[in-house]
Design a protein around this ligand. Sequence first.
Ligand code: NAP
Length: 289
Amino acid sequence: MSSSSSPSVLLNTGVQMPLLGLGTYKLVGPEDVYQAVDAALAAGYRSFDSAAVYRNEADLGRVLKELLPKHGLTREDVFITSKLGPKDQGEGAMEGALHSLAQLDLGYIDLYLIHWPGTQGRVVTDQRNPGNRAESWAALEKLHVQGKLKAIGVSNYTPAHMRELIQSCKIPPALLQVEFHPRLCQTELRKVCEEYEVCFQAYSSLGKGELVTDPVVLEVSKNCERTPAQVLLRWAVQQGVPVLPKSSNPDRIKDNARLFDFTLSDTDMDRLSALDCEHKYCWDPSEVV
Ligand code: NAP
């Protein structure tokens, strides 16, 4: 799969973003990052999801500079996402984003997200949270205008956080990244994103690895002769939702990319969606004011 044929979605900036990206949470250290990125590029991944808090921006940038020529690729062939750490929310946002740019050292970042609606060290009900979010967004807007952050967006925002941002921003968010899998279908957030033309992106599609043993997922996997992970990822991309499976295992990285040569039947899609029980494997932003 070459970069040009990698299935993608159109962001509201006019740029295409690959539907498949490699999640990198817990991928740390130059050797592990090298091995995973090498396997991912070979398997056709052209998108990589990092964050300041993952502490791997510098390794990811260095490894890409080394590996892109090996795979016959250039900077423009890959799509790099990173995120502003919750400790930098508010007045530290400009410095935090510039730090991410310097750590990655790839000239620009394709997509930069506010990682979390709250602020590290403050309680979720702290009344300064909305002001801090607005200050962070204004910093991201400035860097977007300067061409350093090609697209800007948010992560872990609730419908209320999204409406607050849409009503106050100069530049609308290109994307919202949230937890999404058959046990957490995020119906309301998806409607908000559709209404405001914000791309909805999934994280923890495999339920941090726990969903691959769900009995319904296993049954569908048997029916279509695909792995449980492929079923979970296909369920999302078949709805047009971009995914970011994380693995440090080269065989799984390769297997998780085989999503675009099969289709789940409507019945199997419905059976998976019926698992929705608003279950979160990751952090829960619903109390953040
Ligand atoms: P995930 O992708 O749902 O699951 C990753 C886990 O599943 C790892 O333990 C991995 O183990 C295992 N796994 C991978 N492929 C597998 C397969 N084919 N069969 C069985 N197990 C498999 O979890 P996630 O890391 O939470 O989410 C993915 C990415 O989304 C993150 O890495 C990060 O980039 C992003 N994310 C963002 C946020 C946010 O707040 N914005 C939050 C969470 C995640 P091995 O490594 O051993 O294969």
